[in-house]
Structure formats: structure tokens, C-alpha cells
Design a protein around this ligand. Structure first.
Ligand code: ATP
Length: 241
């Protein structure tokens, strides 16, 4: 059971913001080795800010971030990637003018050893990318770009993969394919922290989940507990109410 696995990523009392108003308030969160954890909440709840803070792209004002017992707080993004915490950012952010192959290769810039063999593994994992290997990444469909962004992240051999809204803007069929790929990663014991608006789908895959509302964790539990928790519906309704 996941409860017996050691903690890999730990976030304690994390607060941050962009100016006068804090956006995250004392967020505590834990991801154990081999777990998939879903981070749910309405638009503006602070999910992307948390993901960016974990990745070293946004400075926390207070609190700590640990990966496998190593303090990450305040480290630059490149160092965070080197230590194994890797973000697949919202909006994919592939390099549109570069080929699919070069986008994948770029993911290995910190770990070049065995690069071409790992590229081959990615093309086996995501066969659509093999078909498009020499095309410019900007010409791919949204779903293909998302697969490419995940492949690029995997090339850096993460210990924990952070996924920010991977299903955003994708057609239902493509979302199903994407979640199948995430399920496969989960089956390979990859440790995953997933932000997604598709709460039901995310909870169907996740071991545990957190609900973020106005920058605070308002519920945490197993995926089944969170699926049944009124805090989840309230957090989403809160966005429109
Ligand atoms: P979404 O699903 O819309 O991305 P989110 O839960 O990821 O929502 P964040 O993007 O983290 O939420 O935004 C949290 C709050 O921080 C919002 O009120 C947003 O307006 C504010 N915010 C986000 N980025 C910035 C920024 N660069 N400068 C100022 N305020 C920001």
C-alpha cells in the first residue's frame, strides 16, 4: 500500500505570491515514492503557482521543499531538474521551430549519456512521435505536443514528474490516450504529481489527492475519499460563485 512507501517529495508550510496578496498559504503536501497524487482545484486556486514554486521557477516566501531528503527551497530551476524534480508545464511549451527529434533530445541536456537509446524508448512509448520525428514540433496537434512535452521531460530521467494541466484543450479521445500514457507511467512506478481540470479522470488514476482552494489545502485523502468529499465540488463551484 502507498501508505508504507517512503516520502519522496515533501512540501511544508509553503507560502508565496506575486506581490501584496499571498497566493499560497502554508501548503503542506507529500508525494510518496511510486505514487500518483492529484492536485485539484478551480482556476486561480494556485495550482500552477505551486507547480512553478516546486520547480524553482517561482520563489517561495516561506516554507520548505524536499526531494528525497534534499532541500530544494531556493535552488535555481536547472538544479531542481538535475536533482530529479521535472515539470511538464501548462501549455506544453515545446520549441515550435525545432523538429520533434530535437525537442526530445533537448530533454537530455543534463544527462547526455545513452541519449539516443532513450530517444528510441520514447518513440516506442509514443509511436505518434516516431511518425512525426522530422517535422517541426509547432505543426503537431495539441495531443502530440503534449506527448512530446512528456517525452522531453522523461529524457531528463525524473524521480518525480510534475504535470500541469496536460489535458487542457485536448479532444476527449486524445485525453483518453494521454491518461492511458500516464497510467502506463504509473504502472512503471514513476512518481507523479498531476494537476488537471479533469478531476474524475485524475481521481480514477491517482492514489491520493489534495484539493486546493484560494491557495489553501482544504481536503486531502485517498482518491476515493476525495471523489466523495463535498470539498471537491465546493472548490470547483467556488470558482463560478
Ligand atoms: P489555472 O487553472 O487558471 O492556471 P491555478 O490554480 O493554476 O489556475 P494560478 O495560475 O497559480 O492558479 O494562479 C493563482 C493566483 O495567482 C490567481 O489569482 C492569479 O491571478 C495569480 N497569478 C498567477 N500568476 C501571476 C503572475 N505572474 N502575476 C500576478 N499574479 C499571478
Amino acid at each position: 500500500m502507498s501508505a508504507e512507501r517512503p516520502e519522496l517529495l515533501g512540501v511544508g508550510g509553503l507560502s508565496t505570491g506575486y506581490g501584496a496578496e499571498p497566493v499560497l498559504h502554508a501548503v503542506d503536501l507529500q508525494v510518496r515514492a511510486g505514487e500518483m497524487v492529484a492536485l485539484l482545484g478551480a482556476n486561480g486556486a494556485g495550482k500552477s503557482t505551486l507547480m512553478r514554486s516546486l520547480s524553482g521557477l517561482h520563489k517561495p516566501l516561506q516554507g520548505g521543499i524536499h526531494l528525497g531528503g534534499v532541500e530544494l527551497t531556493g535552488l535555481p530551476a536547472e538544479q531542481v531538474v538535475r536533482l530529479g524534480l521535472v515539470l511538464v508545464p501548462e501549455g506544453r511549451q515545446v520549441f515550435p521551430e525545432l523538429s520533434v527529434l530535437d525537442n526530445i533530445r533537448l530533454g537530455a541536456f543534463l544527462r547526455p549519456a545513452g541519449r539516443e537509446q532513450r530517444v528510441e524508448e520514447m518513440l516506442t512509448r509514443f509511436p505518434r512521435l516516431r511518425e512525426r520525428l522530422h517535422q517541426r514540433a509547432g505543426l503537431l496537434s495539441g495531443g502530440e505536443q503534449q506527448m512530446l512535452a512528456i517525452a522531453r521531460a522523461l529524457m531528463s530521467q525524473p524521480r518525480v514528474l510534475l504535470l500541469d494541466e496536460p489535458s487542457l484543450g485536448l479532444a476527449p479521445k486524445v485525453i483518453a490516450e494521454l491518461f492511458a500514457a500516464l497510467d502506463r507511467l504509473r504502472g512503471e512506478n514513476m512518481t507523479l504529481l498531476l494537476v488537471d481540470q479533469m478531476a474524475a479522470l485524475a481521481l480514477a488514476l491517482a492514489d491520493r489527492a489534495y484539493v486546493l482552494e484560494n491557495g489553501q489545502v482544504v481536503a486531502r485523502g485517498t482518491a476515493a475519499e476525495i471523489a466523495a468529499d463535498p470539498a471537491l465540488a465546493k472548490a470547483y463551484l467556488g470558482a463560478h460563485g
